[in-house]
Write a protein that binds this ligand. Structure first.
Ligand SMILES: CC(C)(COP(=O)(O)OP(=O)(O)OC[C@H]1O[C@@H](n2cnc3c(N)ncnc32)[C@H](O)[C@@H]1OP(=O)(O)O)[C@@H](O)C(=O)NCCC(=O)NCCS
Length: 144
């Protein structure tokens, strides 16, 4: 199947927002995505002209923090998230940044399993980091 990973643009935001609202109880706002596009890195995965996922992140000192990741439900378990995370790691390594971290809800086993498959390890807990519902975050790190 033909796919491309490219930078998110303002025109992508309506589709991105649909996915965001479907999957997250505290979805990012349009302004948050605008901020990502202007000041940080965010990429979309387009499969046969359909936007099926996105990933966002920030440089943070000499580390990179993955802040958002989502794949459309009908494309789950087909390796797309893995492709996106591997892509962003390769992109960021070009800037000589090799330390990656993220937070994920403790109950989000699909995401935790994904990151573990990619050799992220659990390094800590942020107590009650999330709201709606309140939940701890697991902090995961990867060093390439
Ligand atoms: C988490 C998420 C991004 C995974 O996307 P995906 O494209 O389905 O993941 P992949 O197909 O690339 O899976 C890669 C690996 O992750 C793990 N994984 C993914 N989904 C899983 C699930 N439901 N149960 C267990 N392991 C899972 C597996 O190890 C899988 O490898 P395998 O299929 O060879 O066993 C997707 O479920 C999603 O968008 N969820 C909603 C948003 C979200 O929670 N984002 C993460 C915020 S930190």
């Amino acid at each position: 199947m033909n796919y491309e990973i490219r930078r998110m643009t303002i025109e992508d935001i309506p589709v991105v927002m649909e996915l965001e609202k479907e999957f997250f109880s505290e979805p990012w706002s349009v302004n948050m995505f605008l901020e990502e596009i202007i000041n940080h890195e965010s990429f979309v995965l387009v499969l046969e002209k359909e936007l099926i996922g996105y990933i966002c992140g920030w440089e943070f000192s000499n580390e990179y923090r993955i802040t958002n990741l989502c794949i459309s439900k009908k494309y789950h378990r087909q390796g797309w998230a893995e492709k996106l995370v591997r892509f962003i790691i390769a992109e960021i390594e070009k800037k000589n940044i090799y330390d990656f971290f993220l937070e994920v809800r403790k109950s989000n086993l699909p995401a935790i399993k994904l990151y573990e498959k990619l050799k992220f390890i659990q390094v800590g807990i942020r107590k009650l980091y999330y709201e709606n519902p309140e939940e701890d975050a697991v902090i995961m790190k990867y060093k390439s």
